[in-house]
Design a protein around this ligand. Structure first.
Ligand code: B12
Ligand code: SF4
Length: 515
């Protein structure tokens, strides 16, 4: 049977990182079936196109995974596929919580023939076999012989064949520039960001987050060896195609067990498996100097920190009181000293937020080493404690907000400001942080750092800007580059001057050794 695994596009940003679930399920597919992957963020498709595709490619089963924000598109695509007679199974965090919605049991239309609840590592092979035998059930749940929920241990993690998988759709380098960039240094013919997980689960239970409910509070890890082998495979692929690979460790809290993280990082260093990587780590765990040393030595370049708010009352409200705003600056300084940057994520529209929250946050950020601030709105995702609290209080203004997804729009009224005011705060945060002046200032504030470090900041800022300000298409990019030309050309000029100086030095050294 030919199986298509499809991830719908989010309709807002071009997401350059593939979704891990597709590769994992492909690796877990029983022998004898062929799996095709399409990520809508890399290969946009509409309903007619996907229906044509499944018929033309003789697909016998389609698996669709989606976050809440993409679920409306996922349902539309599923409807089009089912209309041409191909069965659809859906999985992922949204349908796990809203299975009745996907199966048409809550009053709306049916979108899926079957739903995989929770982690599907063990149910996926059963789903494929049932589909091949025309015997799909409606619901697949990961349970043991006694009907108790059972989470995969991750100790037997399937090797993902990154060395042979077709990753063409995930190359960030434009095709035209590939031949030239392949020759640059160790090669830049391809640049891919690859998701890797080293463990699952988070016990912290922040009110707005689905992770503790979905993956559970029991944390499970892969073996160090299986993670190191995966990094070595990726590294080998990058060098064989004269390209670059960066890894996103998608664990929700990569250092949740500090002892184990340190041991993994030591093994990465010992095996010379370092690649540049990003990971998510909560601020409280970055107090440990030795951990930060190991992060830098093992290839860590960016750490995503869910700071959420600079107001301790807000943090307490959402059960994230373990974040201490008073130590944010020290944490970021500790990282910056080792040339590791931070992606600092903030949520506006919390219950203690009042107008001016963006400016108050920005004035704090100003005192920190430059990183990548991102701003979002408090969003009640289905089945989270936040959703339940707001629903019980009658505060949801769009209780089924995912059915008509609007980016950066609230679905409930905050207590101390209006919805429009919260939207304006987010807009102000992005506009102030990603204006050409702010980008120039961020790059200038690390003038004492090596050129590569500053180029890294510049490129990351230009890309992150696109999360809020649509930057899809050549014209939008051209405009962004034109607006930031001073900063861009300043760094290019410096790069050429440095190269000239190096050549001149080499000639002088050559001449003096001859004389
Ligand atoms: C990596 C990641 C991202 C990446 C993007 C995704 C990518 N390219 O990988 C980035 C950093 C960009 C991102 C951004 C956001 N993310 Co995010 N992200 C994650 C994260 C940390 C890991 C995802 C992952 O790969 N997990 C590991 C895999 C193995 O698990 P999985 O995807 O759930 O798949 C398993 C099962 O669900 C199931 N399954 C999944 N799909 C399918 C499909 C089929 C057919 C079947 C059978 C089974 C199946 O099988 C898999 C194996 O067991 C998760 C949290 C988490 N730990 O999952 C949040 C998470 C998915 N993100 C979340 C959110 C809210 C966001 C944002 C909206 C945040 C924001 N406010 O801006 C943005 C929006 C992104 C966008 N532009 O669309 C939520 C989604 C909750 C929800 N109900 O939708 C999560 C769960 C975290 C949370 N806080 O609750 N994210
Ligand atoms: S620490 Fe992060 S992953 Fe864990 S519950 Fe809080 S927001 Fe979710």
């Amino acid at each position: 049977m030919r199986i298509l695994l499809y991830n719908p596009d989010n309709g807002v940003t071009r997401n350059f990182m593939p979704h891990l679930w597709m590769f994992l399920l492909k690796a877990l597919t029983p022998a004898g079936h062929e799996v095709v992957l399409i990520d809508g963020n890399a290969q946009p498709m509409d309903e007619a196109a996907i229906a044509r595709f499944v018929l033309h490619e003789k697909i016998g089963l389609v698996g669709i995974g989606a976050m809440t924000r993409m679920i409306a598109k996922a349902y539309r695509m599923a409807d089009a596929i089912r209309a041409v007679g191909v069965p659809v199974v859906m999985g992922g965090p949204h349908v796990t919580e809203m299975a009745d919605e996907a199966l048409g049991r809550s009053g709306g239309p049916r979108h899926a023939d079957a739903v995989a609840l929770g982690e599907a590592d063990e149910t996926w092979p059963k789903i494929v076999n049932d589909a091949a035998n025309n015997a799909l059930k409606e619901i697949y749940a990961p349970v043991d012989a006694f009907g108790q929920e059972q989470k995969p241990s991750l100790q037997e993690y399937p090797p993902i064949p990154w060395d042979t998988i077709d990753l063409d759709q995930f190359n960030i380098v434009p095709k035209l520039a590939t031949p030239m960039l392949r020759k640059l240094g160790a090669g830049w013919g391809t640049f891919r960001i690859i998701p890797v997980e080293s463990g699952r689960g988070c016990p912290y239970g922040c009110e707005f987050c689905t992770v503790t409910g979905f993956f559970g509070d029991s944390i499970r890890f892969r073996t160090n060896k299986s993670v190191v082998d995966e990094l070595l495979l990726l590294k080998a692929r990058a060098s064989s195609e004269r390209g670059q690979i960066a890894v996103f460790f998608i664990d929700d809290n990569f250092a949740i067990n500090v002892k184990r993280t340190k041991s993994l990082l030591r093994d990465i260093i010992a095996a010379n498996a370092q690649v540049h990587w990003v990971a998510q780590i909560s601020a409280n765990l970055l107090r440990d100097e030795e951990l930060v040393d190991l992060i830098a030595a093992a290839g860590g370049k960016w750490i995503f920190i869910g700071m959420e708010s600079i107001d301790p009352a807000n943090l307490k409200d959402v059960n994230k009181g373990f974040n201490k705003p008073g130590e944010y600056a020290a944490v970021l300084e500790r990282l910056a000293q080792r040339n590791v940057f931070a992606i600092t994520s903030f949520i506006f529209g919390m219950d203690n937020d009042t107008t001016g929250v963006a400016d108050r946050t920005l004035s704090e950020i100003q005192n920190w080493p430059p990183g990548l601030p991102i701003f979002g709105l408090l969003t009640p995702l289905p089945a989270t404690p936040l959703y339940k609290r707001l629903e019980a209080a009658g505060r949801l203004t769009r209780p089924r907000h995912w059915q008509e997804f609007i980016p950066f729009a609230m679905a409930h009224t905050p207590l101390k400001m209006t919805i429009d005011e919260a939207h304006a705060e987010v807009k102000h945060g992005w506009a102030k942080s990603y204006s050409p002046e702010a980008i120039a200032k961020a790059v200038g504030s690390v003038a004492h750092k090596p050129l590569g470090y500053r180029i890294n900041i510049l490129i990351a800022r230009l890309c992150f800007r696109g999360i809020y300000f649509p930057q899809m298409g050549r014209f939008a990019w051209f405009k962004t580059i034109a607006e930031n030309r001073r900063t861009i050309f300043g760094l290019i000029k410096e790069g050429f001057a440095g190269r000239r100086a190096n050549v001149q030095n080499a000639q002088e050294v050559g001449a003096s050794s001859l004389s």
